[in-house]
Design a binder for this molecule. Structure first.
Ligand SMILES: Nc1ncnc2c1ncn2[C@@H]1O[C@H](COP(=O)(O)OP(=O)(O)OP(=O)(O)O)[C@@H](O)[C@H]1O
Ligand SMILES: Nc1nc2c(ncn2[C@@H]2O[C@H](COP(=O)(O)O)[C@@H](O)[C@H]2O)c(=O)[nH]1
Length: 201
């Protein structure tokens, strides 16, 4: 697959991946493009089909997986999630840095492909803070919340495995975590801007 090197964001549900990504993409328009995943979960208030996810039925998603349309897919908290080849290609065709927001299973599966992204782990300061953030977000049933917390403790251990991530960012104070993220991506952002300037000349 062509285009600038993609960036994978992973980490426990509620760690702040979407919050940081939205900030990054807003501040750097025309640098990053989001790989819109497919999911069988229902949209949350404010989420939009085709922008946040492609919301599909389990039958449709399973058929597309069986048809070889996905780079990776996983079952998370009772739903299917996956990155389609088309989602990544759509971003790379625009010469943007493709951002993937995926769980730990996705990271393991992407490592078996030739995508060769930079791997960034976003971690909460503690399980207690994570639980508070997830509860305050008010998007999950108690049953789902418990599933996500269980998965989170596994994801937190996973992030400590040597070589698994290029960078681990603890999202305590949002502005500090965002600063760290921008520092990490400074070089790749500059490279895309220089390439864009040269194309415009
Ligand atoms: N540094 C922070 N301090 C306080 N609250 C935060 C911080 N970062 C994010 N939040 C809040 O925590 C909640 C979870 O954040 P967010 O939805 O971005 O997590 P996520 O990792 O994308 O979760 P998921 O994987 O479930 O999509 C949100 O309500 C968000 O506003
Ligand atoms: N393996 C994949 N994981 C994905 C994908 N898209 C999102 N996710 C991860 O799922 C959980 C839950 O997301 P939510 O939006 O329901 O809160 C979170 O960890 C995401 O990173 C994907 O395509 N593949």
């Amino acid at each position: 697959m062509a285009g600038p090197r993609p960036v994978v964001f992973s980490g426990p549900s509620g760690a702040g991946k979407s919050t940081l990504l939205k900030k990054l993409m807003k501040e750097h328009e025309n640098v990053f493009g989001f790989s819109v995943s497919h999911t069988t979960r229902k949209p949350r208030p404010g989420e939009e089909n085709g922008r946040d996810y492609h919301y599909v039925t389990r039958e449709a998603m399973q058929a597309a997986i069986d048809n070889g349309e996905f780079i990776e897919n996983a079952e998370f908290s009772g739903n299917l999630y996956g990155t389609s080849k088309a989602a990544v290609q759509a971003v790379q065709a625009k010469n943007l840095i493709c951002i993937l927001d995926i769980d730990m299973q996705g990271v393991k599966n992407i490592k078996k492909t030739d995508l060769n992204p930079l791997y960034i782990s976003i971690q909460p300061p503690s399980m207690e803070i994570l639980e508070k953030r997830l509860r305050d977000r008010n998007t999950e049933s108690e049953e789902n919340l418990q599933k996500r917390l269980h998965a989170a403790s596994v994801e937190m251990e996973f992030s400590k495995e040597p070589g698994m991530f290029d960078v681990v960012i603890v999202n305590d104070k949002l502005e500090d975590a965002y600063g760290r993220l921008k520092d990490t991506l400074l070089e790749v952002i500059q490279r895309v801007r220089v390439a864009e300037d040269q194309r415009c000349k």
